[in-house]
Ligand binder design. Structure first.
Ligand SMILES: CC/C=C\C/C=C\C[C@@H](O)/C=C/C=C/C=C\[C@@H](O)CCCC(=O)O
Ligand code: ZN
Length: 701
């Protein structure tokens, strides 16, 4: 093991310089397994800061900072495990694009959707602006696109290559490098037009046959671009660090309707020769991950002054009923964070294979049909997506390494909106419930895992692999912590100022911190925030202090049930479904932390609980999912079929992945789970299928 030992009372700068000298002096083909930094100070913080500084200088990729910091003699030692790699040459860990030299200001899409071939065929015209002197090429992200022609503004062909200079990988796809035919000065514009078609197995797109839709008459298509799947749809700078305006023309078979994350140009499409042509404009610059397309037999109902809900005709009444609170969420958001910027706020309820609860596509949030509980009880997801109108869509994370700036702010905002409606005690209940779920995800990765950091490193990593509740709830925990330091009113004023400052821009954790510290400049309350630990520390964050009578009621009932009380329907009278969710989480925690005897005892009580509370009959997907997971954790094989059925019918990964994982973990059920997965695979969205293939590979390894 090659080791650098630095023993000093000096600070981070000293360590960083010493580590940098050491790294530069080594043969860069030989990996350096570890560097040990020892110091008499708080070595843990120093190690984390050093790792961050080394990374920021592009000297090395730090695989992990070990936690533990044992005492060696009188010193506490922090160990940095370092893998020496060539500095990352691109401005974003998840993109090959050279957006530090030239940016896409706007683009125009022109596509025909071919359901027969399972592809989109057409072109994109990019308007570029150089941001450096002498730029002669543009590098775009792409994945499996068939590119037929690349031309400039005058129609003359431009040279291009795909995946050259090692810019091709499983995680990032292939760089499309286009020569502009001249060197641009900073501020100069250029136009590039690319004719291409998408691949039939594009991960961003799911094509559904008529049989897979509710109406069974027409095909359906929808996209999911977050995090880095827009490159399967179009050559683009697929980084949240670049925002562009777009227009689009979509030609689809009649009588289908096309929708996009934009405002339709016309009330009705142009129709001719069995085809319909829709056009759209998104005049607010957005990052590539917010591009979205849907096409199917779709109808709309008005649900508010600026909102419609869209779905297949068979579900439209249920959808219109479920989402009537949308305008309430929007107007609370406006009070808290300022003007709603996007004109319309429509919802599209997708088929069950939609992989997420919701996706904040501007002007047209996509949501899962698992929100249709029939009693509006799961509409908090809409409050979440509405909150993205400010946090994420307007003030955007600069890269996926600071995804928490989208999701942590949004989770905080979602809870605040729901708390404004149902009271602060309810908000605290949601926080408590979300922290339980966060603990589950941290335990799943392991408490020292890179992905448990608020700002993880993602070089060479598929962001889908890093996705968890960490950016959501560790991020929201940081905001709750800061709010506690400065007080609620001052924090609310700060959030408004944050939106004003970063609207239309991108930010990372350093921008966030600088602005926060400037806003509260000189305030002693914020001088001791341990930013390093919040941003780069692994594992669970400090738990927000939660006082919730609603949550206490849950604790009381779960203790009674665990203690042998049989339960009665009246126990849950007047309860919010979120309380019942927490109850089921609590019971599952008890089972997971117990031994075989505990599992068997709890298994024996399941039928009684279901008789009392109707768990086996619930139509609420959140409750059904938790109930089935609890049953599997207890070793109750009699409910395995119901779990398999839910995992097969619902493609929302929040449910599908843990259900399969629970089945895989149950003694003897792995082959049955695998067989069920193989049968259902053709109906899953490609992202869900990809993640499940990985989950099964891990379980079988
Ligand atoms: C630190 C993590 C780094 C990068 C991840 C970035 C994107 C992850 C990618 O997998 C896409 C995520 C899309 C999420 C969309 C909606 C979620 O808020 C839904 C949450 C789960 C659910 O309710 O179903
Ligand atoms: Zn979100």
């Amino acid at each position: 093991m090659t080791e650098l030992k630095v023993t000093s009372k000096k600070g981070t700068g000293f360590y960083t310089r010493a580590a940098a000298t050491f790294l530069r002096g080594t043969d860069d083909k030989a990996p350096v397994p570890s560097i040990t930094l020892s110091g008499t100070g708080p070595a843990a913080a120093t190690a984390a800061e050093t790792a961050n500084a080394i990374q920021k200088q592009g000297l090395a990729s730090i695989t992990r900072v070990e936690t533990g910091y044992p005492e060696v003699g009188s010193q506490s030692v922090a160990r940095l495990a370092v893998t020496l790699t060539a500095p990352w040459p691109y401005p974003d860990a998840s993109s090959y694009s050279n957006f530090d030299e030239i940016v896409v200001e706007s683009y125009a899409l022109d596509h025909e959707i071919s359901f027969a071939k399972g592809i989109l065929e057409g072109s994109i015209e990019l308007t570029l602006r150089a941001v450096r002197e002498g730029v002669s090429h543009v590098v775009l992200d792409s994945r499996s696109l068939s590119i037929t022609k690349v031309t400039g503004a005058d129609g003359a062909a431009l040279d291009f290559d795909v995946g050259s200079k090692g810019r091709r990988s499983e995680a990032l796809g292939e760089a499309l490098d286009v020569q502009l035919g001249k060197a641009l000065d900073a501020g100069d514009s250029a136009v590039v037009r690319i004719a291409y078609s998408t691949a039939p197995d594009a991960v961003a797109i799911q094509f559904l046959s008529p049989q897979q839709t509710q109406g069974k008459q027409h095909p359906y298509l929808f996209t999911q671009c977050q995090a880095i799947h827009a490159r399967c749809l179009m050559p683009c700078q697929d980084t949240p660090g670049v925002k562009s305006r777009y227009t689009a023309k979509l030609t689809v078979p009649a009588p289908l309707t096309a929708l996009m994350s934009a405002v339709p140009d016309d009330a009705e499409p142009k129709e001719a020769e069995g085809k319909r042509c829709f056009s759209f404009t998104q005049k607010v610059p957005i990052p590539s991950y917010l591009l979205a397309i849907a096409c199917g037999n779709l109808v709309a109902r008005r649900i508010g002054p600026r909102s419609h809900v869209w779905s297949e005709p068979e579900a439209i009444e249920a959808c219109a009923f479920e989402f009537t609170d949308t305008e309430k969420f929007l107007s609370i958001g406006e009070k808290l964070w300022g003007e709603y910027f996007w004109g319309i706020y429509d919802l599209l309820v997708l088929p069950p294979s939609f992989p997420y609860g919701g996706m904040e596509n501007p002007c047209l949030t996509f949501v899962t049909p698992t929100l249709l509980a029939g009693d509006k009880s799961l509409a908090a997801t809409v409050a979440h997506e509405v909150t993205h109108s400010w946090f994420g869509n307007l003030c955007t994370n600069r890269s996926w390494e600071c995804f928490w700036l989208n999701e942590g702010f949004t989770k905080f905002g979602e809870h605040r909106i729901m708390g404004t409606i149902n009271g602060p005690d309810y908000e605290q209940l949601l926080v408590r419930q979300a922290m339980v779920e966060l603990a589950g995800d941290v335990a799943h990765f392991g408490p020292g895992h890179e992905f448990t950091k608020l700002c993880p490193q993602l070089k060479g990593v598929d962001p889908d692999d890093a996705f968890s509740r960490v950016p959501y709830m560790k991020g929201a925990s940081l905001l709750l912590h800061l709010e506690k330091l400065v007080g609620k009113d001052r924090f609310e004023a700060y959030l408004k100022a944050h939106v004003e400052r970063f609207a239309g821009e991108c930010l990372d954790q350093d921008d966030f911190k600088s602005f926060f510290m400037k806003h509260f400049s000189g305030d002693p309350a914020v001088q001791n925030v341990d930013w390093q630990r919040w941003f780069y520390g692994c594992g669970m964050p400090e738990m927000p202090v939660v006082h919730s009578v609603l949550a206490e009621k849950v604790d009381l009932l779960s203790s009674s049930l665990i203690g042998g009380y049989e339960g009665a329907a009246a126990d849950l009278e007047g309860w919010f479904p979120a309380q019942t969710e927490l109850l089921l989480e609590r019971l599952a925690d008890h089972v997971k932390s117990g031994d075989a005897q505990v599992r068997s005892e709890m298994r024996g009580r399941l039928d009684g609980w279901s008789a009392a509370y109707g768990f086996d009959r619930t139509k609420n997907a959140e409750l059904r999912f938790r109930w089935l997971k609890l049953a599997l954790a207890c070793g109750d094989d009699s409910r395995a079929e119901a779990a398999i059925q839910m995992a097969q019918e619902v493609g929302r990964m929040k449910f599908t992945r843990p259900l399969y994982r629970a089945l895989m973990a149950a003694p003897g059920l792995l082959p049955r789970a695998k067989e069920a997965f193989e049968r259902a695979k053709p109906s899953y969205h490609p992202i869900t299928a990809k993640m499940l293939v990985q989950d099964f590979a891990k379980a079988e390894a």
